[in-house]
Design a protein around this ligand. Structure first.
Ligand SMILES: [Zn+2]
Length: 448
């Protein structure tokens, strides 16, 4: 049994590695060489909060595989304080991708094909608040704005790249006790130090992390019985002085959990963490920061977005379209007016085209109508969870899977409606989408 499990673990890792490499963006030329997207194999992060100097920093030790020789690419919004590559002091620099769709960083030293180790230290300045009661910090994401995944807080890879991550967290110079809400396995080591380990299928969009002084939040914990027999642990919390409406939140969470399991199978994650912030709306693997009204939308994303995962910006619309399709009550239509470029943004784009919410929803309603005689879209969605769970994909693979599932090519519909050169369709609301507001750092800061 032991050997069988070990074998299973090795083959899962090998599969993840293969998936990472086959979804890696193309290298691009620079003066003096080429920038190469690499495969992170393991990333260990030391996160230190110093209450005396009111400063924080992260040191990342990253083991990576370079499948081609060149300058290794990673990303971090912050300039590095120091970089070591294979034991040698080196430098990094920020560069633009060829169509200037995004910025990334590269280590300013070429590597040979093979495994290397980089140690990069950056200051931690985003979503951190030094208050009278101590420090608060969160690593919250947005897929609607560029460079708003883990790279905003620490050196990281990209959505295509799944990597085993571990955090070592310490709060120095304080007697205040801390609490960390996270979708990883949090171990309190005493003396205000914590270890958090995350599953090997996580990527830059997966981690939910919120550190705060103990007593600042109010929480309820309970379990939900999954269809697969597990008791899934659930934590719901609010920030004081907000009052936790335990009955309503428990009831809604339970209802949505069973609805989603009924449609798409067992809850894909080991737990569920909900920060009921009253605003926000962002999904993580088995976690969300949300308002009560967006809870269904965000929990749905634990199946599509953080279950069936996008490998790049052009695949990001699929889960928003499906989530919006559920929000609107799984409409069925037989005609569709308009076009979009949701699948056809510039090659290195990392963000989701916001047409997903309106036009994407209509597209899924139309596809449901088209496939109605074959059961509609829902059986295919369930199939995708069984077949492609935790294996980031391109939109082209989604189309291929769908065509195979229904036994007819659906490429022409996707080409016509999602691979256009512009977004042109009737809008149904103005301003931000009610589920995912584009929130500035100042607005998110208030939710810490
Ligand atoms: Zn969404």
């Amino acid at each position: 049994m032991k050997f069988f499990l070990l074998g299973l673990l090795i083959s899962t890792c090998a599969l993840a590695e293969k998936n990472d490499l086959s979804h890696r963006p193309r290298s691009f030329l620079l003066s003096g060489g080429k920038a190469v997207f690499v495969d992170f194999l393991e990333a260990n992060y030391k996160i230190s909060y110093n209450l005396n100097s009111r400063s924080a920093q992260v040191t990342a030790t990253i083991k990576f595989d370079a499948p081609e020789a060149g300058f290794p690419v990673y990303d971090s919004e912050e300039d590095a304080m120091s970089v070591m590559l294979d034991g040698e002091v080196v430098r990094e620099k920020q560069i633009k991708t060829p169509s200037r769709e995004t910025k990334v960083r590269m280590i300013n030293k070429q590597v040979a094909v093979g495994t290397h180790t980089a140690v990069i230290t950056v200051p931690l300045n985003a979503l951190i608040e030094w208050g009278r009661d101590g420090v608060r910090n969160a690593f919250w994401n947005s897929d609607l704005m560029d460079r708003r995944f883990l790279e905003r807080y620490m050196p990281a890879s990209f959505e295509y790249d799944q990597v085993k991550m571990n955090f070592e967290v310490e709060f120095i110079g304080t007697k205040t006790k801390y609490k960390i809400y996270s979708n990883g396995n949090v171990v309190d080591n005493g003396n205000n130090t914590f270890s958090i380990s995350y599953p090997e299928y996580f990527n830059v969009s997966s981690v939910f992390y919120h550190a705060l002084p103990r007593g600042a939040s109010d929480e309820v914990e309970f379990t939900l019985k999954s269809v697969d027999g597990r008791d899934v642990p659930v934590t719901i919390y609010v920030m004081k002085p907000e009052v936790l409406d335990v009955d309503t939140l428990k009831m809604r969470t339970t209802q949505i959990f069973h609805e989603l399991e009924g449609d798409y199978g067992a809850w894909p994650h080991p737990s569920l963490t909900i920060y009921n912030a009253g605003r926000g709306g962002m999904e993580y693997h088995g976690a969300t920061i949300t308002s009560t009204s967006a809870l269904g939308h965000e929990m749905f994303h634990s199946y599509f977005a953080r279950g069936v995962m996008p490998a790049n910006g052009n695949a990001g619309w699929l889960d928003e379209a499906l989530a919006s399709w559920r929000d609107k009550g799984y409409n069925t239509t037989y005609e569709l007016a308009g076009v979009s470029r949701m699948s056809n943004q510039f090659y290195y784009t990392r963000t989701t085209d916001s047409s997903a919410y309106v036009f994407g929803e209509r597209f899924m309603s139309y596809m449901d109508g088209k496939l109605k005689t074959k059961g509609g879209l829902k059986p295919f969605m369930r199939h995708m969870l069984e077949k492609r769970l935790f294996a980031p994909l391109f939109v082209e693979e989604f189309i291929k899977e769908m065509s195979e599932f229904y036994g007819e090519s659906l490429e022409a519909d996707f080409k016509k409606f999602t691979f256009g050169t512009k977004n042109s369709f009737q809008k149904s609301f103005s301003g931000d989408h009610p589920m995912h507001q584009k929130m500035s750092l100042e607005e998110l800061q208030k939710l810490l």
